[in-house]
Design a protein around this ligand. Structure first.
Ligand code: HEM
Length: 502
């Protein structure tokens, strides 16, 4: 029997398709033993692509798939999701963790390929660039430095006393205490972060200058949420970053001159900029690194503080308990302060158990990045929970899946700060176990560098607000969390009433 050429081509193509899309995934693929998230996932990426349309992160379908199929699941023929502590340890922690997929790292690029910042570096086992950059940052974001630093205290005092309190007083005086807090929190965190990163001259003044705040956050969201005009918005952000860096550079030079003349600094110092500069970073390289810190710092805490305010405005019982706890700390009146020791010691703020529990529980239920932290398996592959996964497979943990594990967090969907309060050794063991499952800041060598700064500034902001005001909800439509990489409230607003305490 002989075939004509077209028939032979059709038969060969059919055989190839049969092998590629049926026999290979079912019989040959090293991933064939891993349970599929959906029956299509083993054969095609269609299921996950469908759930990822418009930048979505598929948080809900992946949570459901893990509940049904266990801790290691096949999301597509070449992608795996893991949701066990062993998985987290292997992917993110051991030996510095796996590298990022190229496409994912490049989403964080600014100023071009040659000026990578930490977020846009591939990283992973054996990568020197990421390790070196981390060393360049030094200890400026470490808890020890932050708790004891005069510079950080100065930024915090300046912003609380000259921007936060006056803005709340104005809202009470002129608008019956009504304030949209999502943008307000964004401005507060941008001003705090930029004060530390770019100093007095490079720092933003978004809490006072609403039009520059809105201009910035429009470009920020357009680029980071990949909306129409994303590329123009990215260029706008790059220009913004260069301007901040140029101002910080002038300030460092000024400061050197002043010190040469034996004069005091006086102004907020660009701590982070100066640290990286002292390690030889300059120009666009330095702008790329500092802009990345600024963006991250303006986004994550804004989401968390907004959800804390929402929860506290719904749970007035917990708000009252927090206020009682806050009676131990004191903020001096902004009118008669010399801005020296006018806010509580950071160490005292850090040690308030209910405030800590409220923030931790909010980070659990509403993590600002609830989706996958993408990585790629190294050439020799890895074994997780008994499944071998070969090299070059995209692998991730969805933050929200860990945070909703019902075996670790009873009533996992409920916001219950008291689950983090410990009154006995038995409670300590339970709380420590829960902490092992918390992943809002990622983990391992790529763990958020700004974690301690974020926690400290969030505690400061909330303590300042709730020691002087009671909040209640005016409008909270659209507070459900977006299914995006950076996941704020869908409605991008929360309107509260601030009632001064007697
Ligand atoms: C509530 C606040 C915040 C949350 C929840 C958060 C979350 C995260 C997460 C999950 C990652 C890891 C991403 C990955 O592994 O792929 C990360 C990385 C990072 N974060 Fe944050 N972040 C917050 C605040 C901040 C602040 C205030 C700064 C800077 C001042 C900052 C700077 C960074 C940087 C530079 C990285 C990249 C680290 C690396 O790739 O090695 N973040 N953050």
């Amino acid at each position: 029997m002989s075939y004509s050429t077209p028939t032979a081509i059709i038969v060969a193509l059919g055989a190839f398709l049969l092998y590629r899309f049926l026999l290979y995934p079912l019989v040959v693929s090293p991933l064939r033993h891993i349970p599929a998230a959906n029956f299509i996932s083993r054969f095609s990426p269609f299921w996950i692509l469908y759930h990822r349309r418009n930048g979505r992160q598929a948080v809900s379908p992946i949570t459901h798939a893990h509940t049904k199929n266990g801790t290691v699941i096949l999301v597509s023929p070449t992608e795996v999701s893991v949701s066990s502590l062993e998985g987290v340890k292997k992917v993110y922690v051991e030996k510095g963790g796996f590298g990022k997929p190229k496409w994912w790292a490049e989403l964080f690029l600014t100023y071009g390929d040659e000026f990578r910042n930490m977020s846009s570096m591939i990283g992973g086992i054996g990568d020197k660039h990421h390790r070196t950059r981390k060393a360049d940052i030094g200890n400026v974001y470490s808890k020890t430095y932050l708790l004891g630093s005069a510079e950080v205290k100065m930024v915090a005092e300046r912003i609380v006393q000259t921007r936060l309190f006056p803005a709340l007083e104005e809202a009470v005086r002129e608008r019956e205490g009504i304030l949209e807090v999502y943008d307000f929190n964004g401005a507060m965190n941008a001003d705090l972060g930029s004060g530390l990163i770019f100093g007095e001259d490079g720092g933003t003044h978004f809490m006072k200058d609403i039009s520059s705040r809105d201009g910035y956050f429009t470009n920020h969201a357009t680029w980071l949420k990949d909306r129409p005009g994303a590329q123009e918005a990215k260029h706008w952000m790059e220009k913004f970053g260069l301007e901040r860096s140029a101002a910080a550079e002038r300030q460092v030079l000024d400061d050197e001159e002043k010190r040469g003349r034996g004069e005091e600094r006086g102004k907020l110092y660009p701590v982070v900029y100066a640290q990286l500069r002292s390690r030889g970073l300059k120009g666009k390289q330095l702008a790329s690194e500092t802009l990345d810190h600024f963006l991250a710092g303006a986004e994550g805490p804004r989401t968390t503080v907004t959800y804390v305010q929402w929860m506290l405005s719904k749970r007035l019982d917990i708000q009252a308990r927090l206020r009682k706890e806050l009676s131990a700390v004191s903020f001096q009146p902004s009118s008669n302060t010399s801005l020296s020791n006018s806010i509580p010691e950071f160490k005292t703020l850090d040690a308030l158990p209910l405030l800590d529990a409220i923030i931790t529980e909010t980070l659990r239920i509403y993590p600002p990045t609830p989706g996958p932290m993408f990585r790629i398996t190294p050439p020799g592959g890895t074994t997780i929970d008994g499944y071998f996964i070969p090299g070059n497979v995209q692998i991730s943990t969805w933050v929200s899946v860990l945070h909703h594990n019902p075996d670790v967090f009873p009533r996992a969907d409920e916001w219950e700060p008291d689950r983090w309060m410990s009154k006995s050794e038995k409670d300590d063991t339970r709380v420590n176990e829960m902490r092992r499952w918390m992943f809002p800041f990622g983990g391992g060598s790529r763990m958020c560098v700004g974690k301690e700064f974020a926690l400290l500034t969030m505690k400061l902001t909330l303590a300042a607000m709730y020691s002087r005001y009671e909040t209640s909800i005016v409008e909270d439509d659209g507070m459900e969390q977006e299914d995006l990489f950076l996941a704020g409230p869908v409605g991008e607003k929360l309107v509260l009433k601030f009632q001064p305490l007697k």
